[in-house]
Design a protein around this ligand. Structure first.
Ligand SMILES: [Zn+2]
Ligand SMILES: [Zn+2]
Length: 165
């Protein structure tokens, strides 16, 4: 099984009928992720793929082992997270459905499949609901905006009261 690691394009001619599996090193910064609020935080990642190929359909399951960074919900600093969601994509020659959802149509004369969107989706689904730069992030001072992880501004008592004059 051959995959171009620069744009995550799978060469269909390299697949045999049935299960195909492979592990690919990805240069994370070489890919145009285009994900709002998240960017790669590790220089390289590993994409493990299991592709089930037949005349009629191509089912792709996989996992990207990599870290991304987004903004901390408390201090707006850098919050790193791991990709935890699986990659899934299903394509068929003539449309149809699988137990896992709708299948996209395979390009009729296509020799290759672009997996970037499916991998991107796994990254987006992995962005934590409340990302934190660290478990005990102190956040920003609601009075003066100071990053309380970095320094104390002396407003702590006021911040605790919740109604600052
Ligand atoms: Zn933080
Ligand atoms: Zn303050």
């Amino acid at each position: 099984m051959q995959l171009d690691p620069r744009d995550l394009v799978l060469d269909l001619a390299s697949l045999r009928n049935g299960s195909n599996s492979g592990s690919f090193e990805i240069d994370m910064s070489g890919i145009d992720w285009g994900i709002e609020d998240a960017e790669p935080a590790s220089p390289s990642g590993t994409l493990d793929l299991d592709v089930n190929y037949s005349e009629k359909s191509v089912i792709v399951r996989g996992r990207l082992s990599a870290c991304f960074a987004t903004s901390c919900a408390r201090c707006l600093g850098r919050a790193v997270f791991e990709v935890t969601e699986d990659v899934f994509a299903a394509f068929s020659r003539d449309g149809g459905n699988t137990a896992d959802g709708e299948m996209a149509r395979l390009p009729r004369d296509g020799r290759s499949l672009r997996l970037l969107d499916a991998v991107k989706e796994a990254v987006i689904l992995s962005v934590p609901g409340k990302p934190l730069c660290r478990e005990d992030c102190r956040g920003l001072c609601p009075v003066c905006g100071e990053n309380l992880n970095v320094s104390r501004c002396g407003h702590e008592g006021a911040a605790g009261a919740g109604c600052v004059r």
